[in-house]
Every structure is written in C-alpha cells, then in structure tokens.
Design a protein around this ligand. Structure first.
Ligand SMILES: *Cc1c(COP(=O)(O)O)cnc(C)c1O
Length: 372
C-alpha cells in the first residue's frame, strides 16, 4: 500500500466541477488582480474568524512580514519567536530589519514556552510571534498575559492552524494580527501560493492594504515603501470553494488523529498532546519517537508509507543565523524534540484501512527494534 503525506489530487477530484467553474469564471471575467473574488474571500475570511478586517497577500511569509512592518516593528527592535518552527517565522523578522530572539518550546505542545519568553524579554523587545505548530494552538492565555504586562505586540503565525480554537476562540484573533498561509498542503490550501492577514486594528489594516500594493492607496501615488504582494483572483476563487469545507475537513483530520492516538496508547511512541483548552486541527500528526527515529522513517518508506521530519534543525542552530550567536545547548527542548519528531500521513480523506496499516507497521518496528 502506498500512502502519501497528503492527497491533494483526491480532494480535487471530489470538488472538480465546482473548482473548475470557479477558475473559469475568473478567466472569463478578466479580473485577475484584486478583483471581486479577492474582496469576497477577504470578507468571508474575516467573518469565519470573527474579526473586522482581512487582507489577502501573496503568501503566508508575506502575511507575517507585512503585519510586522505595519505594526511599526523594524530596526533596533527584538521579536521573540520559537526556535522550533518553519524558517519563515524568523526569516521575516530579519527582513523587517529587526532581530529574532529564539525561545524554547513546551515539550508537550511543541509551541512557545511562556516561561522562556519571560527570560528572553529585554528593553528592546517589541513583539512575540507565537506559532500554532502542527495545528495545535500555543498557550494564548499565558502569552497574552506576558504581552500585556510587558507592553508587547502579538503577531500570530497561524499558517498551520486555520480553524483551530483556544478557549473556544479562533487562532489569529488574539493579537494585533493573525497570519495565514494557503500553501497547497495547508489545512486551507490553494493551487499555488497565497496568504491572509486578519486584524481588528484599522491602522494595521489600512497600512497592509497599501504595503501589498506598492505602498499605494491611489494609483501612481506612493506613500509607503511597498511590495508587490497580492493574492491572485484565481486563488481567491479556489479558496472560497474550499473555505466552506474547512470545518468539516478539520473534523475529519481530528477523527483520523484520534484513531491513530487510540491505537498508539500502549506503545513506546508518544502521540500528540491536546491541551484541554484547545481544539487541535492536526495540520500534522506528529509522534515523538524515543529512539531510532531515522531508522523508523526508512522502515515506513520500505512499506510504502511516507513520513516527514518537521523540523530536523531548530532555527537558532541554522547556518543562516550563525551570526546571531545561537549554539547547541541553548534551547534544550527544541534540540531534543528535533531528534524525536516524526510526522505521519495526515489528510481529511485518510481511510481506516490506511491508518490500520500504518499502525501495524509502527508496531512491527517497535517489536523488532525498540523493545530489545
Ligand atoms: C507554511 C508556513 C509559513 C509560510 O507560509 P508560505 O505561504 O509558505 O509563505 C510560515 N510559518 C509556518 C509555521 C508555516 O508552516
């Protein structure tokens, strides 16, 4: 049996008629940049999360970058980010002219550790970027409290967690801005790059609208140092079709995840943690493997089962940040977790048969390799 990490083709086949006609209608309209499909999708995205404003941009990375710049963060400023995340979270801090300060994560949720945030605050700290990694919300109670006490902004990286809840509230609504990615494999994925910024702050909203369009509010009059970072109308049309299914798909992911976790209860593998205050949307289903993680990955591959290591090197140890002074031993939880995590196939349409096959392969490896 061959089981991929995600199955984008299967999902397309199911929605083919609706998606094809959405794309064709954009092509027939001739409105490809910032047309009515984009405005409609922005409104639907704001309504979905329960915020006032939404601005479509060219990618999740740009959503973070533009939100940071629109919040006035730049030179001389420090921004606290988790070390264990996709590189974009810290990349954009440098691009905005500020300095990323890497903090450690909680060993269970894999999200920012509030205690380590406190240790990393200096006079220069201006913002915190919590990442809701793998679809599990960061501890927004504790992070919001720290931010309020220290007068820091929160910009949420929601790229992996669209639709996730913390205390019944959607991620992306806790801070100054929530940033989303529509990279094809994300929970709400387009057929190319795309991103979205959500905010209740009218100043951030207005600034981002200008930034994404060459710093212009009136054609050929430029007020800001801008970007070309707009969401394509074709992507917006596709995403409007898919947004209607997002809750259903997230629930299907949760069902598949709970099947995995129930079956793995009495094994040496640690299934993902779910904070009782959180609704996890399982962008990834990620195990902790106590030993021989890389061998397990190869074993699964030999059985036709895809798996991935997100992420093998914490960002404070990445070559690109060599000048930032990070060294081995600085962030022990991130450094332990990077050697243990293994993400298994996860998508809404994952079948019981596929899950059972993956589980029996995991157990076979355990019995052969890990209990000696
Ligand atoms: C995917 C991702 C991004 C970047 O999104 P793009 O749309 O690929 O630019 C940022 N942060 C995290 C945590 C991501 O997973």
């Amino acid at each position: 049996m061959n089981i991929p990490m995600v199955d984008l083709k299967g999902q397309y086949k199911k929605l083919k008629n609706e998606l094809d006609s959405a794309v064709i209608s954009v092509m027939e309209s001739g409105a490809f940049i910032m047309g009515p499909e984009v405005s409609a999708f922005e409104k639907e995205s704001a309504d979905y999360a329960g915020v006032k404003y939404a601005v479509g941009v060219a990618s999740g990375t740009d959503a973070l970058l533009l939100a940071l710049i629109a919040s006035g963060i730049g030179k001389e400023d420090e921004v606290i980010v988790p070390a264990f995340t996709f590189i974009a979270t810290s990349e954009i801090v440098v691009r905005a002219g500020a300095t990323p300060v890497f903090a450690d994560i909680c060993p269970k949720s894999f999200c920012l550790d509030p205690e380590d945030i406190k240790r990393k605050i200096t006079k220069k700290t201006r913002a915190i970027i919590p990442v809701h990694l793998y679809g599990h919300p960061a501890d927004m109670d504790a992070i919001a409290k720290i931010a309020a006490e220290n007068n820091l902004m929160i910009i949420e990286d929601c790229a992996q967690a669209q639709g996730a809840l913390f205390n019944g509230r959607k991620v992306g609504t806790f801070g100054a801005a929530g940033c989303f990615s529509f990279f094809p494999s994300k929970n709400l994925g387009g057929y190319g790059d795309g991103g979205m910024i959500l905010t209740n702050d009218s100043k951030i909203f207005e600034t981002v609208k200008g930034l994404k369009n060459h710093g212009s509010f009136e054609r050929y009059y430029h007020k800001l140092h801008g970007f070309n970072s707009r969401l394509d109308s074709i992507q917006a049309a596709i995403l409007r079709v898919k947004l209607k299914r997002l809750n259903e798909w997230n629930d299907m992911r949760r069902k598949a995840a709970h099947k995995y976790s129930d079956a793995l209860k009495d094994t040496i593998y640690t299934p993902p943690f779910e904070d009782p205050r959180a609704k996890h949307v399982f962008h990834q289903y990620t195990l902790k493997v106590p030993a021989k993680r890389n061998e397990l990955k190869e074993f699964l591959a030999s059985k036709g089962i895809a798996s991935m290591i997100y992420y093998p090197v914490s960002n404070h140890l990445q070559e690109v940040y060599a000048d930032f002074g990070g060294k081995k031993g600085d962030l022990p939880v991130s450094e332990t977790v990077q050697d243990q995590v293994l993400s298994l196939p996860m998508y809404p349409e994952l079948t019981d048969e596929q899950i059972n096959y993956i589980i029996s392969s995991l157990k076979e490896f355990q019995d052969r390799e890990l209990t000696k």
